[in-house]
Design a protein around this ligand. Sequence first.
Ligand code: NDP
Length: 434
Amino acid sequence: ADRNPGQPEFLQAVTEVIESLWPFIAVHRKYTGQGLLDRLVEPERVVMFRVSWVDDRGDVQVNRGYRIQHSMAIGPYKGGIRFHPSVNLSVLKFLAFEQTFKNALTTLPMGGGKGGADFDPKGKSNAEVMRFCQAFASELFRHVGSDTDVPAGDIGVGGREVGYMAGMTKKLSNRADCVFTGKGLSFGGSLIRPEATGYGTVYFAEEMLKTRKLSLQDMRVSISGSGNVAQYAAEKAMMLGASVVTLSDSGGTLVDEAGLSAEKLAMLMDFKNNQHGRLVDFAVQIGAKFEAGKRPWHVPVDIAMPCATQNELDEDDAATLIKNGVICVAEGANMPTTIAAGQLFEDANVLYAPGKASNAGGVATSGLEMSQNAQRLSWSRDEVDARLLHIMQDIHAACLEHGKGPNGKVSYIDGANIAGFVKVADAMLAQGVI
Ligand code: NDP
């Protein structure tokens, strides 16, 4: 804590991992060597830079850009770019740290990184977004490369923003690889990449439910967020027979007691992705209830999927969900649940998956995009989807293997942390103190 003042999110993410690792390392003593843990909690490189751009009124705007290159132990740095006013060093360091373990869990050769800027895309014109993305990429491009660091999207960065940043990166580097994943299909993107994080989260939930001989069929599901991850989590949950009763954004929660229909979800995707509208206005359009300023967790459900942002589900929310009989909580977002809330779920025997396991399908499919790019091939939708499902099943199996306690009870938190750690730590030990 002394070395990282003012970084609560980073300390929270490290604490959660270290609590899982401590008992494991006490038994597996080789991991006490080479200053391994001290090195693992220190990013290999942090880049901070000025992003200056001109808004539509002709005024100069200045934002702060970042790229955290956390670990290259098992492959090039890999992780998304976030544009949100809350972005700071603490948030991006926590995300890059978590990403390192998550990427190891995918079994693909990817290290961990994360980046972004305190830029707020809300209310900006398309031209402003393009100028900002170009200004951001004009510094970022010198730090990335397909064997060095491969960025992607995250909050506030979807296909449009990736396209603008990839375009500028291509121009400045004079290389067609564009470096980013999450690219458009016409310039090297992969089918299923937009769907992958949401779909993967649902595949993971289905695997957890199978351990209790249950499935998503006829389950009531609450989802928070209404962006990329939330939309495709909703789509896949509905495809598997569940009823999705909530979505949210920073303005509040949309509640549809009857469960969203496929038609309404398609309308939502158009409204959010093409018109960049707010959920409160969408609720009016479809005649649904909108609870301003509220989160979804008071609505009684069987399954909860937080898919918006960090620390959006606290101890009180967890207690309410448990009281209402929740069976399974699968995180689509990164660290949406506080440490205390996660502990409550585990104590209550709720099937609880931390994001670094359950939302790893996004980066896994980015890894598949990198493989396709390297081979100059593109795989069919079915092939990518089948590989995604397979990877999520493997991650689930790894969590079971490493997460089983002495009493036979599985902690997915411990399982994900230990399984990810073992792979990164073995690579670091083999490569020596560097
Ligand atoms: P989007 O920008 O597409 O959507 C984010 C959603 O979360 C929006 O509905 C947004 O509402 C809401 N949200 C964001 N910040 C807040 C906040 N502070 N309070 C309340 N609501 C908020 O992002 P994604 O769907 O891509 O990302 C969602 C989560 O999933 C993040 O935690 C991200 O790190 C994680 N993730 C994403 C992956 C991906 O492939 N995209 C991969 C793995 C994890 P509003 O519009 O009002 O801000």
